[in-house]
Design a protein around this ligand. Sequence first.
Ligand code: 8YV
Length: 319
Amino acid sequence: MKVFISGKIAPDALQKLEDHHIQITQWKETRQITPKELIEACKDQDGFISVGPNKINADFLNASKHLKVIALHSVGFDQVDVETAKKLNLPVGNTPGVLSAATGETAFLLMIAVSRKAFFSYRKIIDGKWEKYEPATELGIEISGKTLGVFGLGKIGLEMAKKCKAAYGMQVIYHNRSRNEDAEKELDAKYVSFDELLEQSDVLTVHTALTDETKGKFSIDVFKKMKPNAIFINTARGGIHNEKDLTQALEEKIIWGAGLDVTNPEPMGKNNPLLFMESVAVLPHIGSATEETRAAMAELIVENILAGLKGEQIPYPIY
Ligand code: 8YV
């Protein structure tokens, strides 16, 4: 059996596939594979491990119906045309659960970094601009005792909320499509409407999937309903906030700061104004990038591939 991988994955996982006598072809260039190259690369394959933001759209799926399985190197599957995959009866699997802790840690890191203008201050040193002591300029704000608002309180949101409550005694409010009773019990989290979430959050953290419903949800009208001291954190998908509107909200001090692990587009351009703002911290989509999590993700990928190649039900299907 043959599997194409559009990037590098944890070596143990590669070894496991090879132990099963699977012939692997890997995309090793530093640039992302193009849609045309991807179709070509999957032509003679039995399975495909999708690393990176490949569009698993109708064009790709219709040209690749011979595949027995597609294993995503992600929990998010907004890049997949699920309806077409279903129609073609082509199993697609993801990596649920195992990246919640790492992504929660990234959201927490961004919150603290933003609150103390850490990235901006660091760049001042690098740029040789650490000058005389100024007690009343470029000040941060404190987090202790403030209100954390979670937009999408699932597994990742829960990890972030637990840390915020334990470390800073934050009150947790959340908005979801459905109630999260476990979080209500465990963290005394309070369910609120979307508008209440905007009005009451000191830190608003996004942990929902990118869907038609959430695409561009955080627009200027939404930012205008938030507190002027609010910090906006997004470690989910860049498409959930409108980047132009977020920039405006920060420039016009409609909100206080923002921490992003996801941008739109990715990669973000090096001259993007957000990179030069005092109370903004941007990371290059490293939410799940820990040794532990990437190894765990790779294990689930191997399970999906092995089952799919045998024609069995894959253990982590997206539909
Ligand atoms: C992935 C992610 O690393 O799982 C997700 O949804 O965003 C990240 O963990 C990223 O999608 C690259 O494959």
